[in-house]
Structure formats: structure tokens, C-alpha cells
Design a protein around this ligand. Structure first.
Ligand code: HEM
Length: 478
């Protein structure tokens, strides 16, 4: 209570609304006046709250000072379900995880991501879709397995096929992809409910979570055992290899990872490494289906870089500037992570300004919860002209780096950024060369306007990350 009184006193004249529960109370999704900010509100409001209270956003100051603004670890408890890992730790423990895992995100791994992605989309287009037109009832039904197969192959050396791995693997009761999906959507169950309740509750949703939890654990143990028992000792460039090496020996004075830490990191690589990219690709396809003129620009650009009939190569990546710009614009408009939680390690003052540029000082006592408001930043008209317009070419000019934080920033920025960029550009290049993406025509929506259609397809939901609720698209063979 004393802390609360102190916090209220300290912010007495700072512009903004006052609620008892902040945006991190993620069971309270919608805003209720005086009671809760609502965890989904930062996305729904984007920059509007800042405009209303005439205040700008400070982000670089927070992401750039890791020790002054650490992660609030209690908010990350859920991510440590299988063991401590790089995402759910702080200070020296985090440094150790980062030191061990960072080198595996190498140039060689990027190349592997590219090649594996091309192979996976090629199998999708030619074998699964048979080179013919294909209707997708919900675009995430394609992008989720696609991203999962890429992280499986380039992250864990686990080859998965569109046909085989959609079924239950031998000895399991749930397919790998379903187990991972249930855990990523329902992680709050483990984080918020008491263990005895989760173990016991005869509620179907919790029962499904229990099955998924045990199944995923078994899949991960199998992956470790399979790799350890593998005869082949050739050099590998997937992420898994470095985790297992770090489990076996101490190097450069860094204490080795325990078995549970290996599991913890496998889990976060799987979660962080597939949903985010899958949803980015899904939003990209929806935007291109809506904005056919932009799709045509992209198609012509790809044709000018990749000769007819050739597969796009890793060396083409640097030349595929329009493709990269489309991905960045999708990430600006639909950042998978809309709010990044931080806290203050000591009493401090944040410095920002109003929209006229006049300074505002915000006192923050130690332990204050802070949210780096990515959606607010990405829709701030001070940095982005006409922020609601889908305009990839803004990323072909000089653009404001500090106002673009889909991957966070500073020391705790995303380790997999290049991994996901390689994957997204390779997949988009291959598919757009061969298919034109359109919105599926349905009789019940025949009379809708462009704006209504846009709203229908781009309605979002959020679990760990932001995703499109339901977007039916058609891929038409060129
Ligand atoms: C579009 C794709 C992606 C987006 C938007 C994204 C976004 C982010 C964000 C916002 C953070 C900071 C989270 C926080 O502070 O709590 C983060 C951290 C991280 N991401 Fe990503 N990510 C993406 C893809 C990936 C991929 C493909 C991988 C791995 C294969 C990955 C691995 C990580 C890891 C390991 C961290 C923790 C870094 C640290 O704390 O030192 N991410 N990512």
C-alpha cells in the first residue's frame, strides 16, 4: 500500500489515465474505466492514448539501459515452464544464456535458414498444392506449419514434411505441432493457476493443456536423445547443436547448461522462433491480397532480381529490397509483440515530451512497471507519415530506426531477427513468384466495401503474440 501511495504521489501531474490494474494484468483484456487498462488496449488504441494526453513515447532510453530497466521476472514466470532460459532470466543468469546461445545465430545458420525455407515452400507449392490454385480458409493454417518446419530444420536439424508431420508421431497421442500450439496459446494456465489444480482439474481445456505439456516434454527429450545417440559427428549449423555442446562441456569459463536449462531454451526457441515469424508472414499475405497494386510492384521487383525459373538464392537476399521492405512494413503495422514489459531497478525519472516537443519529466520509483508501447511507437505520426497506410516504400528511403522496435532494442533485442528475416524474405519471394494472392470471394461478403473487407481480414487476437483472427485467402497459380 505504501509503495502504491508513493507511486500515485510521484506521478501526480503526469498526463494519462488512472487505473488500478495496468496492461500486464493479462486476464483483464479490455479497458474498464478506473479498474484496468486492459492487456489488449495498447494494440486497439495504438497511438490514440498518447495523442489524447498529448504525450510522446520514450523507448530508446528504456531498451538502451538494461540494468536500469530490467525485465519484471514475475511476468515471465510462464516462459520458464520447462526450465530457465534466455528469455525468462535477468542479470548474470541471462548473460550466461546469451553468451552460450548467441554464437549459433551465425551467418552459416542464416544460410541454412534460407535453404531450408526454400525447400519447405517448394514442397508446399509443388507437392501439396500440386502447382494449382489453392484456397486457404485461414492463412495461419499455412504460415504456422511453415514456420514450425523451418525452426524444426534450421533450429533443430529435425526434418519435417507437410504430409508426415501433420499426423501423430509414433508413440504419441498428439502431433508435435498441436502440442506446441496448445502450449503457446494456453501458457497462462501454467503461469497463473496452482500446480495441484492444473494436475487435477477435470476441465477439457486444462486436460488438453496437460496432455500437450507432457507430449511436448516427451518430444523435446526424444530430440535430445536422438541427437546424442546420432552416429554422425559432422559439423552442424543449427541452433540445437550449440545448446547440446553447452550442456556437455564448460568453455571459456562459462558454466555449462543444466539439462533443464537446455529444455528451457529449446522451448523458447520453438515458441519465439515460429509464432512471431508465422504471424508476420500471415499479415504480409493478407496485406498483399488487399493491396494488389503493392503485390504487383513486389512481383515485378522479384522478377528483376531472380531470373525466370531459378530458385532464389541466399546471395539474392541483399538485392530483394522491396521484399524486405514489405516485411518491415507488415512488422510496423502488425508488430507480433505490442508491449514489452520492463521495470525500474532504482528511483529514476523518465524524460519525454508532448507532441509540440516540450519536455515532460515522469518520476518512477524503484519497482515501477513500464510497458514499451510498440504499437504506439509504430503509429506515431511524428515518425511515420500517414501511419495507417500500407506503404512498404517508406522502408526504401531513410527511415527512423529508433521508432521501429518490433524486435525490441538494446542488449535484450531479439536474437533471432536475422533468422526470421531470412525465412520471411525467402518464403515470400518463392511464393509470390509462383502465385498471386487474393482474398477469397464469399457470397455473404459480396456487398462489403474495401474498408469493411480490410477490417474483417485484419481483425486481430492475441495469445503470446498478435495474430489475424481469420483470413481466408486464395493462392492463384501465375
Ligand atoms: C518476426 C519475428 C520475430 C519477432 C517480431 C521477434 C520479437 C522479439 C522481441 C520483441 C523480443 C524481446 C522480448 C522481451 O524483451 O521480452 C525478442 C527476443 C528474443 N527472440 Fe525474437 N522475434 C522474432 C523471431 C525470433 C526467432 C525466429 C527466434 C529464434 C529462432 C527468436 C529468438 C529470440 C530470443 C532468443 C529472444 C531473447 C533475447 C534476449 O533476451 O536476450 N526470435 N524477440
Amino acid at each position: 500500500y505504501q509503495d502504491w501511495r508513493r507511486a500515485v504521489r510521484s506521478i501526480h501531474d503526469v498526463p494519462g489515465y488512472r487505473h488500478v490494474f495496468g496492461p500486464h494484468s493479462f486476464l483483464l483484456v479490455r479497458r474498464i474505466r478506473y479498474l484496468c487498462t486492459g492487456s489488449f488496449t495498447p494494440w486497439l488504441k495504438k497511438h490514440d492514448d498518447f495523442a489524447q494526453y498529448d504525450s510522446d513515447i520514450i523507448s530508446g532510453e528504456i531498451t538502451g539501459a538494461r540494468t536500469r530497466f530490467p525485465k519484471p521476472l514475475d511476468a515471465y514466470e510462464g516462459i520458464n515452464v520447462y526450465g530457465h532460459n534466455i528469455v525468462g532470466t535477468e542479470a548474470d543468469e541471462w548473460k550466461r544464456h546469451r553468451k552460450i546461445t548467441a554464437p549459433s545465430f551465425s551467418e552459416r545458420n542464416n544460410r541454412l535458414v534460407w535453404d531450408e525455407t526454400i525447400g519447405i515452400v517448394q514442397e508446399l507449392c509443388e507437392d501439396v498444392w500440386g502447382g494449382k490454385d489453392h484456397v486457404v480458409e485461414n492463412i495461419v493454417d499455412v504460415t504456422i506449419p511453415l514456420a514450425l518446419f523451418v525452426i524444426g530444420a534450421a533450429g533443430f536439424g529435425r526434418q519435417m514434411s507437410w504430409k508426415a508431420d501433420l499426423n501423430v508421431s509414433h508413440g504419441h497421442t498428439m502431433p508435435f505441432k498441436d502440442a506446441l500450439h496448445v502450449i503457446s496459446v494456453e501458457l497462462w494456465i501454467k503461469a497463473l493457476l496452482p500446480s495441484w489444480f492444473v494436475e487435477w482439474a477435470p476441465i477439457p481445456r486444462i486436460r488438453a493443456f496437460r496432455t500437450a505439456y507432457t507430449e511436448l516434454e516427451r518430444y523435446m527429450i526424444e530430440m535430445i536423445e536422438e541427437r546424442r545417440g546420432s552416429e554422425k559427428k559432422e559439423q552442424r549449423y543449427d541452433l540445437f547443436t550449440s545448446l547440446l555442446d553447452a550442456n556437455e562441456e564448460e568453455s571459456d569459463g562459462i558454466t555449462k547448461l543444466s539439462d533443464s536449462e537446455v529444455m528451457g531454451n529449446i522451448f523458447v526457441f520453438l515458441i519465439a522462433g515460429h509464432e512471431t515469424t508465422a504471424h508476420t508472414l500471415a499479415f504480409t499475405f493478407i496485406l498483399l491480397a488487399l493491396y494488389q497494386d503493392q503485390q504487383e510492384i513486389l512481383y515485378q521487383h522479384i522478377k528483376s532480381v531472380v531470373p525466370d525459373g531459378k530458385l532464389p538464392s541466399y546471395e539474392d537476399m541483399g538485392k530483394l529490397t522491396q521484399c524486405y521492405a514489405v516485411i518491415l512494413e507488415a512488422l510496423r503495422m502488425y508488430p507480433p509483440v505490442c508491449l514489452i514489459p520492463k521495470t525500474t531497478a532504482e528511483d529514476t525519472t523518465l524524460h519525454t515530451c508532448n507532441m509540440a516537443g516540450e519536455p515532460i519529466a515522469i518520476p518512477c520509483p524503484a519497482g515501477t512497471g513500464i510497458g514499451v508501447h510498440i504499437a504506439g511507437l509504430h503509429y506515431n505520426p511524428r515518425y511515420w507519415k500517414d501511419p495507417y497506410a500500407f506503404n512498404p516504400s517508406r522502408f526504401l528511403e531513410d527511415w527512423p530506426r529508433d521508432a521501429f522496435l518490433p524486435f525490441s532494442g538494446g542488449a535484450r533485442s531479439c536474437l533471432g531477427r536475422r533468422f526470421s528475416e531470412m525465412e520471411a524474405v525467402a518464403a515470400l519471394t518463392y511464393i509470390i513468384t509462383r502465385y498471386r494472392v487474393e482474398v477469397k470471394e464469399e457470397p455473404q461478403f459480396a456487398a462489403e466495401t474495401f474498408e469493411q473487407r480490410k477490417e474483417r481480414l485484419l481483425t486481430c487476437k492475441t495469445a503470446i503474440t498478435l495474430y489475424p483472427a481469420k483470413a481466408p485467402l486464395v493462392f492463384k497459380r501465375r
